[in-house]
Design a protein around this ligand. Structure first.
Ligand code: SAM
Ligand code: SF4
Length: 349
């Protein structure tokens, strides 16, 4: 059934519990869908967006009804984990309606997990309801604990608001993971401080290498800090025990013995993680990318708008999965073009 709103006009795609997963040509089961619900954001992180972003016209975006429908068809085809991202998902008007409606798949058991990646600015308003809908954990992106640096990195953000949002999420019982992009000369001196702060509050932390996505002003090669260097520096100070944990994604984990917490490293540029890839990404305009680092996409908006029949959408999804490539090919080199021209905020990080 739909969420608590009885006046909701969205039609419900019916989903039986535990459908068989979609399998790609390399025998990988596609069980994880990341959905960008907007390209807009209330921040302008230097590695993610340019100062003057031109956002998409609203008519190009999938409506909340279309987002619900396409996610539900994926769930019906065996997707077990759904991550809502953006842009900043919580700035989309009425976004809680989508969460309310999708939570029916958690209730039915068809979906194992519904989660969110957010910059945290609006968590104070929404964390309690997200937890009540069955969300168990979220990722919050935060690159520094210094208010001035935070304003500089995000070009406008207010750190206390984000810290208060994180507190609200924790109060609501959500597990919070902190995602920090490692930026050369910007936050590299802060990483151990952030780690101790996050682990001290029982939060996991993941470090991310800058990826060459979208044209932005400063040359990305100047921001690029290899996580191999960060890891080496951290291991001078802490005992890092590699963990076998795998999520089917690019993260590799260690336990920091001194803090007892888990630290993840996402190193798409220095490691190849494609062989275990279980995910696909849907942009806010309904383009399905089978690989973050490749151009090929399937237009699910066209399928959604072509017919009210969910079988048409399911067919388009199956066709797209049959084209999922074996892997990607990112290269960061001075003066090189971005490997893919779209921004992370469009594809969904
Ligand atoms: N606005 C939300 C947020 O910041 O968490 C969700 C979308 S954001 C695009 C998702 C993640 O992508 C964030 O953790 C952000 O730091 C990361 N990101 C954005 N651009 C990136 C880039 N060029 N390289 C690596 N990570 C990037
Ligand atoms: Fe916005 Fe997230 Fe991109 Fe920062 S990383 S500009 S918060 S979408």
């Amino acid at each position: 059934m739909w969420g608590p709103r009885t006046d909701d006009p969205m039609p419900a795609v019916s989903v039986s519990a535990r459908p068989a997963p979609l399998i790609d040509p390399f025998q990988r089961a596609i069980t994880y869908l990341r959905v960008s619900v907007t390209d807009r954001c209330d921040l302008r992180c230097v590695y993610c967006m340019s100062e003057d972003m031109t956002f998409l016209p609203k008519r190009d975006l999938l409506t909340l009804e279309e987002l619900d429908r396409v996610c539900s068809v994926f769930v019906a085809r065996g997707v077990r984990k759904l991550r809502i991202t953006g842009g900043e998902p919580l700035v989309r008007r009425d976004i809680m309606r989508l969460f309310r409606n999708l939570s029916r798949h958690l209730e039915s058991g068809a979906l194992e997990e519904m989660t969110l990646t957010t910059n945290g600015t609006r968590l104070r308003q929404h964390a309690a309801e997200l937890a009540a809908l069955g969300m168990r954990r979220i990722n919050v992106s935060l690159d520094t604990l210094d208010p001035e640096k935070f304003r500089a990195i995000t070009r406008r953000g207010d750190l206390p608001t984000v810290l208060d949002g994180i507190a609200a999420a924790r109060e609501a019982g959500l597990k919070v993971k902190i995602n920090a992009v490692a930026l050369k000369g910007v936050n590299e001196d802060e990483i151990s401080g952030m780690l101790e702060w996050a682990h001290g509050l029982g939060m996991e932390m993941t470090l991310i290498e800058v990826m060459p996505l979208g044209d932005i002003e400063p040359e990305r090669v100047d921001q690029f800090l290899p996580l191999s260097v960060v890891r080496e520096r951290l291991s001078e100070r802490y005992s890092l025990t590699p963990l076998p944990d795998r999520t089917g994604g690019p993260a590799r984990y260690v336990r920091v013995e001194e803090t007892g917490g888990r630290l993840g490293f996402i190193t798409p540029l220095t490691h190849n993680f494609c062989e275990s890839c279980n995910r696909v990404r849907l942009t806010c305009t309904g383009q399905l990318y089978m690989c973050l680092g490749q151009e090929d996409a399937a237009d699910l908006r066209a399928a959604l708008r072509a017919s009210p029949d969910d079988a048409v959408v399911a067919e388009a999804i199956a066709e797209a999965i049959s084209r999922k490539p074996k892997g990607h090919d990112f290269v960061i080199a001075r003066a090189a073009k971005p490997a893919v021209p779209r921004h992370m905020s469009t594809t969904g990080g």
